[in-house]
Design a binder for this molecule. Sequence first.
Ligand SMILES: [Zn+2]
Length: 303
Amino acid sequence: MNATQQPIVAQKLSQALKGVINTKKLHKGDEIAFTYEQKTRLGKPYTMPNIKVARVQLGKKEQFIYVDEDGYGYTSADKSQAYTVNGKRKVTYMRRVPVSSKNSRFGMPLRHIRITSGFSYRRWHPILHRYRPHHGTDFGARRGTPLLAVNSGKVIFAGWMGGYGKVVKIKHAGGYVSLYAHQSRIRVKRGQRVKKGQIIGYVGSTGRSTGPHLHFGLMKNGRWVNPMKVLRKRSIKTSILKKFTKYEKVKTTKYKKVDIKGAKENKERLLAYLKNNIPSYIWGKEDRPDMRAYDKEILENEE
Ligand SMILES: [Zn+2]
């Protein structure tokens, strides 16, 4: 400010050096030489000054700052300058979402329901005469009553299974397996696909049984569950893969090619001035209190 005597020139120089050199590192004896362009009228500054190029000498280190049309300085006249851009990026991803499906709803294994024994982890066994878990529901029914597949699926077992007697096991969607025990006659084969409500066998008393009934078991993901809790559900919760789209905020570093017009010529001109010791323009010699008053004067003259 003291050197230029023209606050606007000092401001423009400050803008050009900002972020390019660390002005805190400037010491007494360091030099800043620069050229600028400014139109004059009647021998007096008239337009905004445009800094062209500056030579900064910090100790023995010499550096040139090239200034673009907007007044911002760069250490190189043609180097790519990094700048960050805040943007958004579209991201699609798949996720499992729970859905209620009435299609996967279970039906009853018999047309008429009469529960004689429920699911229990500890039940007095009438034949073994000790406490045993009862991993299913017993339905009372006459011998020969048709047994219905509780849902569509694939028969994974059809045959004799120890105390369960004649058994059919059906694998369903959602990790379920249903089991129909003590049958008098099996009507399906292993590997067969069955529909919901299809007859898969008939009530009997085969295996360890005190009389004709259906022992019905239901597994989910390999564990016995209380069948009635599942069979009575109005809908079954399953999950499906769904596609989602969201926008993420991203910061991208971009590079712009800085091309400062006349950078080379301006540098050469500055160097020539410095070399030949051409006297600089001395602001102090101009009788000019400030720009605003000066502009007013011009307007008055033009009128
Ligand atoms: Zn049972």
